[in-house]
Write a protein that binds this ligand. Structure first.
Ligand code: HSE
Length: 332
């Protein structure tokens, strides 16, 4: 049995999803020969540490009752540097002003010899090459499947299953909130404000939903794809972005009369990165409904491969995080 110690930086919806998933998969992991222990957890108010493994049930209850995991106040950076562990899991919120606190957590983790798993888009959309180099220079894994399209394993697919292929272009729908809004407006003829509120109630919209509807979240994901798959060294500013705020019910109706739907499509083709509403035929593989995400990958050997699934949600995102943790654990 291999003991793998992790720290969890951030305990919002995704962090709690990771904790619940580790609890529910305990036996499954043991059968795989992995004894996974969480030795440190932080949130914005404090931290909890136990070098033998934190009682995750107790932390989830404490967070619910008191609003924090805190039993102490050791900072994330102190924990990363001073508490022995193999993998630092950063699930702090995305910040596109300066990437913090995720960026500092990740660079410190690489400096301290910890592998990194993350769902945090900000640092990767801003400083991907630097992070990748820091991981490589220290001989450490840097895994970020959960940053793009929640449960949908785009990076695993391209880097593992499609290894040997050259990817020539990617198109996709990478924001569940926009897809939900456009689907409900088109199918139920509901007003924009009401469906946006529904998306917020489903818990899939960003804290500031402007990030969703103005195409910012989708653009961040496209940049991460471009950097990871094409090695472009792009940042958010290299994406030509148009959101969905100007899409009218009339435009959706007109599209429907022509057997089409309007989708917020992300594309990385010929070195250009674009996020914009586009007309898509109703039977096209990109025409997925509701909160679904989809990525359609054009390759030289395998042709076109299209993959679709849940792009948000705490357990769905935790699925990708757990898969990255297991990948690393198997290679330790
Ligand atoms: N707000 C995002 C979405 C959540 O709607 O897709 C997942 O990154």
């Amino acid at each position: 049995m291999k003991t793998v110690r992790i720290t969890l930086m951030g305990f919002g919806a995704v962090g709690q999803g990771v904790a619940k998933t580790i609890l529910s998969k305990n036996e499954y992991l043991k059968k795989q020969g992995i004894d996974l222990r969480v030795v440190g957890i932080t949130d914005s108010k404090g931290s909890d540490i136990n070098i033998d493994g934190i009682d995750l049930k107790a932390v989830i209850s404490r967070k619910k009752e008191t609003g924090t995991v805190a039993t102490g106040n050791m900072s994330a950076l102190d924990i990363i540097r001073n508490v022995d562990h193999e993998i630092m899991v950063d699930v702090t919120p995305t910040n596109i002003e300066n990437g913090e606190p995720g960026l500092g957590n990740m660079l410190s983790a690489f400096g301290a010899g910890r592998h990194v798993v993350t769902s945090n888009k900000g640092p990767l959309a801003m400083r991907f090459s630097e992070l990748k180099e820091a991981a490589e220079d220290n001989g450490l894994f840097f895994r970020y499947e959960a940053t793009v399209a929640g449960a949908v394993p785009i990076f695993n697919l391209v880097h593992e299953a499609l290894a040997g292929n050259t990817v020539t272009g990617i198109e996709g729908i990478l924001n569940g909130t926009c897809n939900y809004i456009l689907t409900r407006m088109a199918e139920e003829r509901m007003p924009y404000e009401l469906v946006l509120k529904e998306a917020q109630e489903l818990g899939i919209a960003e804290t500031d939903p402007a990030y969703d509807v103005e195409g910012i979240d989708a653009a961040l994901k496209l940049v991460i794809i471009a950097n990871s798959i094409f090695g472009t060294g792009a940042t958010y500013h290299d994406v030509d972005v148009t959101g969905i705020t100007k899409i009218t019910p009339e435009a959706l109706e007109l599209a429907s009369q022509n057997n089409s739907v309007i989708k917020l499509v992300c594309e990385a083709v010929d070195g250009k990165l674009r996020v914009a509403p586009r007309l898509v035929p109703k039977r096209h593989p990109l025409a997925v409904g509701g909160t679904l995400n989809v990525a359609s990958i054009q390759t030289d050997l395998a042709g076109r491969i299209t993959i679709s699934g849940k792009g948000a949600g705490s357990i769905e995102t935790a699925s990708s995080i757990l898969s990255d943790i297991i990948y690393i654990a198997r290679h330790l």
